[in-house]
Design a protein around this ligand. Structure first.
Ligand code: ADP
Ligand code: MG
Length: 260
C-alpha cells in the first residue's frame, strides 16, 4: 500500500495584485487562490507579465497595489530573508555563479540564511535528490551540461527545504529531450516532497503535461484559468485556444505520420 506524502507546501492568495512600470501594466489586477500542494503552470507570450507576477511572490518586485498572502500571512509582514528561505526560486537562464563550485552554488542559500554547519551533508543529499553524481560537487558550472546545470539550479532552490517553489522557465534553454525528462523528474519531486509549485513556461505542451491547473496571462491579466482537460476541450476562450492550438496540431500531425 502506498501512502500519499504529506503536503508541506503552503496555500497562496493573490488579491487584486498589480505592478506598473511607468505606463506599462506588467501585471494588472490579478486575483488568484492556489491550493496547498498544487502544481500551477503560468503560461503566456513573452512580455505578458509572468516573471513579474512570480517575483512579487518572493518580493523581488514590490506590487504597485494589491495583497499577497502565503498561508494567510501577508508577504510584506515577513522578513525578506525568511521569506526566501521558505520559497525556492529557480531563475530564468539558470544563473549559477561561474567561479563557484557546484557544492557552493547549491549551498549559497544556506550561507545567506546564516546556517553555518551541515552544508556538505545537505549538498550531498541534494545531489542525490536531483540525481547528480556526488563527484560533481567540486566541479565548476561550465564543466556541466545545460541539463546538469539546471539540476543544480533545482538543488539550490531546494536547499533550505522550502514548501513553495517558483520556477521561471526552468527548462526553456534545454534541448527537448533533456527538457522533457527534467520536467517529468521535477513533477515527481514536487509530489514526493509535497510542494506547492508555480512554474512559468511559454510552452503550452509542457504546461499541459506538468500542471494540474494552467493560468494564461495576456498583457498582465488572467485570460484563462483551467485544468489541462478543460483547455484541451477548447471551451476556455480565444487566448487559451491560440496557445493550445499549437500542441494540438502537432499531436494530430504526428498521429497522421504514425498511420502512413
Ligand atoms: P514575461 O516574463 O511574461 O516575459 P515580464 O514580467 O518580464 O514578462 O514583463 C512584463 C512587462 O513588464 C513587459 O512589458 C516588460 O517590458 C515590463 N517590465 C518588466 N520588468 C521591467 C522593469 N524592471 N522595468 C520596466 N519594465 C519592465
Ligand atoms: Mg519572463
Amino acid at each position: 500500500m502506498s501512502i500519499a506524502p504529506a503536503i508541506t507546501g503552503p496555500a497562496l492568495s493573490l488579491q487584486n495584485v498589480s505592478r506598473y512600470y511607468e505606463d506599462v501594466k506588467a501585471v494588472e489586477n490579478v486575483t488568484l487562490d492556489i491550493a496547498a500542494g498544487a502544481m500551477i503552470a503560468l503560461v503566456g507570450l513573452s512580455g505578458s507579465g509572468k516573471s513579474t507576477l512570480l517575483k512579487m511572490i518572493n518580493r523581488l518586485v514590490e506590487p504597485t497595489s494589491g495583497r499577497i498572502l502565503i498561508n494567510g500571512e501577508l508577504v510584506d509582514a515577513v522578513d525578506p530573508h525568511v521569506l526566501r528561505r521558505r520559497i525556492g526560486y529557480v531563475f530564468q537562464n539558470i544563473g549559477l555563479f561561474p567561479h563557484m563550485s557546484i557544492a557552493r552554488n547549491i549551498a549559497i542559500g544556506l550561507e545567506l540564511a546564516g546556517e553555518k554547519t551541515g552544508h556538505a551533508e545537505r549538498v550531498s543529499e541534494l545531489l542525490d535528490l536531483v540525481e547528480l553524481p556526488q563527484d560533481m560537487a567540486d566541479r565548476l558550472p561550465h564543466q556541466l551540461s545545460g541539463g546538469q546545470q539546471q539540476r543544480v539550479g533545482v538543488a539550490r532552490a531546494l536547499a533550505t527545504r522550502p514548501g513553495l517553489m517558483l520556477m521561471d522557465e526552468p527548462f526553456g534553454a534545454l534541448d527537448p529531450v533533456t527538457r522533457d525528462s527534467l520536467a517529468g523528474e521535477y513533477k515527481s519531486l514536487h509530489e514526493r516532497l509535497g510542494l506547492t509549485t508555480i512554474i512559468v513556461t511559454h510552452d503550452m505542451a509542457e504546461a499541459l503535461y506538468l500542471a494540474d491547473r494552467i493560468i494564461v496571462l495576456e498583457a498582465g491579466q488572467i485570460k484563462a484559468d483551467a485544468s489541462p482537460k478543460q483547455l484541451l476541450s477548447g471551451q476556455v476562450g480565444p487566448e487559451a485556444e491560440a496557445l493550445v492550438a499549437i500542441p494540438r496540431a502537432q499531436a494530430a500531425h504526428l498521429s497522421e505520420l504514425g498511420k502512413s
